[in-house]
Ligand binder design. Sequence first.
Ligand SMILES: Cc1ncc(COP(=O)(O)O)c(C=O)c1O
Length: 368
Amino acid sequence: MSFDAATLVNAATGGLHAYDPGHDLPVLRQRFGAAIAELGSNENPLGPSPRALAAAQAALAEAHRYPDPRGEALKAALSRCLNVGRDRIALGNGSHELLMLLAQCFADAAHEVVCSQYGFAVFRLAAAASGARAVTVPALPVDHPTAPLGHDLDAIAAAAGNDTRLIYLANPNNPTGSWFDDAALAAFLDRVPSHVLVVVDEAYHEYTDAPGLGSALRFARQHPNLVVTRTFSKAYGLAGLRVGYAVAHPSVIAVLERLRESFNVNCVALAAATAALDDRGHLARVREFNRSERAWLAAELTCRGCRTLPSQANFLLLDLARDAAALERHLFERGVIVRPMGGYGLARALRISIGSRTENLRLLEALP
Ligand SMILES: Cc1ncc(COP(=O)(O)O)c(C=O)c1O
């Protein structure tokens, strides 16, 4: 008897595809050894704080125990750092998990989930997995003076109707690097009705320094329908340990807690993230390195005739004005791994993470 579980799958999962990592990195690391430049996943080339690594090492002694299911120590540290109550914080196995959980908890086939064209891909995945209809609002034009390919907040607010349950925004956005300032967000939040949860994904927040760009957190008290997600994967350099968090009204957090897997953040990750928050000096070095290296790399790429979009994150979007597949292949053959953007409908673009100076030089040297 032939058996194929794909015929049994539920409607929401039936429309999904397994994650495609693009390349087999373990194989590539073997192939290129130390000569590889991993510029495809927006990781932190400086790595985590030494204090986070020491805390992770120490936590391994407790590996035979289940982790604290409530993550109280990390929540207490976040609560102090962000000046919000612990009952406003949920922890996730990366912020990806929380983005998915939000749609799972709050949307279903009767609802719409609104996001922007070129918005972070997980937003559409979360909508689809919940069975909701994803509404994609066209992005701002590529020649927009401040946010090329960025979120069109006016059009997004206008798209929120009676059936809309969630809006996902990323600030700054991946893969465009674009951002919107606090004034634009304030006006947007005033327009969105309170039956719509506005999720502002601030995965790259720690890298930002543009005038007028703060955090959506300052609007949390005024707008109980606002959810802010952040991660330890980027500026804190802990992508491999998988820790993220959401800050929201206590009633939103209480709903997420119903479905959150009890031990979703492991003990090593909890300890490392708690210690990482305490090392402000390391975070400042990471920010400064990213700021200066991003400016330097953008200038070097421009000199070589490659246009980059303005970015407040730890990556640059290269706009090649021609199909990017050949360049991506050319770089790949030389051990320089960057991210093709065809999946986003940006076949003429490549996303390049800000690596170490050695990696960035390798990229420049490998350009044709
Ligand atoms: C905009 C954005 N949000 C969320 C994530 C997910 O990060 P993590 O699950 O590692 O916290 C990423 C990862 O690249 C991202 O770019």
